[in-house]
Write a new protein. Structure first.
Length: 320
């Protein structure tokens, strides 16, 4: 008998389990449009599209328990292209719920968003949900307006690279790092030994460069002086209310307000609200999200910035 069946059976006997429904869905087809909210007028065909950005922003498939294995960068571009090619879509609301992610992935999505706005002329309004921090905030800077809920956690403007020194542990268990390398800095970040000062300066220089790029994006997106942005960009997070007071966002409200703002920017009095999904399904309201249940369960421990085929990475990520 498969181990996962034994696990579920044992867990259900505890009395704390109400059942697990696995509904296979085909997640390898094209995205499809779902009507979230009909227009008030029967003959109104204009649309406002909600594009969801959630989870870690990585340019690769996202592993994890019950993950659909999608590439966030690829899906984001696919949804932007769908909105761009539909003449009836007059505005976009970017619904963001993400702690950020990799530096390059965040920058790709940001530039895709700028290109969308420039080529289509369609306004884009960001609506921050629970979390829109670091790389997710970076992405929001590409929007015409940025809205946040009062309880949103945002900010975390900065760069992090998580490295670990496990030399003490290696010594206790009798393991030694002995790389054969072409240069003294080829194994920079090796967890089997302490980092040298030269190595720290090299990595700090890269972090400072990426941090400067982040600051530039915020300066351009928020029209704030650079010294002001650098004061705010010490890595801390802010609530939606604090972000509004500091000028990091435009307004505090809810998703309905962000949709109304997008309609106002597009000079719309009425429009239907749509969303894009990989699988055909039903959305009962603008807050509904499509369940991502694949045909197989993938359980995997992932440490942001350390796990994965590329190893350690520079991240625009809120990583408490």
């Amino acid at each position: 008998m498969p181990r996962w069946i034994i696990f579920l059976t044992a867990f259900s006997l505890t009395g704390c389990f109400n059942g697990l429904l696995l509904r296979p869905c085909h997640c390898d087809g094209p995205i499809e449009e779902t009507i979230v909210c009909e227009a008030k007028g029967c003959f109104c065909h204009k649309k406002v599209a909600i594009i969801d950005v959630d989870g870690m922003l990585m340019n690769g498939r996202s592993p994890g328990l019950l993950s659909s294995g999608e590439n966030p960068v690829s899906v984001f571009r696919e949804k932007l292209e769908a909105a761009a090619h539909d003449d009836r879509v007059k505005a976009v609301v970017l619904r963001i719920n993400s702690p950020g992610g990799a530096v390059t992935a965040s920058d790709i999505m940001y530039n895709d968003l700028l290109a969308f706005r420039q080529s289509t002329g369609k306004p884009v309004v960001a609506c921050m949900m629970d979390i829109a921090a670091s790389g997710a905030y970076y992405l929001a800077m590409g929007c015409d307006q940025v809205w946040a809920h009062p309880t949103t956690v945002t900010g975390s403007i900065g760069v992090i690279m998580s490295l670990y020194n496990a030399s003490g542990l290696f010594e206790k268990i009798g393991v030694a790092s002995n790389p054969i390398k072409s240069g003294p800095n080829k194994d920079i970040g090796n967890p089997g030994r302490p980092m040298t000062e030269e190595e720290r300066l090299i990595l700090q220089g890269v972090v400072d460069s990426f941090y400067g790029q982040f600051v530039k994006v915020v300066v351009e997106g928020r029209h704030l002086p650079e010294d002001r942005v650098r004061t705010l960009a010490d890595g801390r997070v802010y609530t939606g209310l604090e972000a509004k007071e500091l000028g990091l966002i435009d307004a505090v409200g809810h998703l309905d307000d962000a949709i109304d703002a997008a309609m106002h920017l597009a000079c719309l009095k009425d429009a239907k609200v749509i969303a894009y999904n990989r699988c055909e399904g039903y959305r009962g309201s603008i807050y509904a999200g499509m369940p991502k249940i694949p045909t197989e369960i993938n359980v995997k421990l992932q440490v942001p910035g350390l796990s994965g085929p590329s190893g350690a990475a520079f991240m625009y990520l809120w990583q408490p």
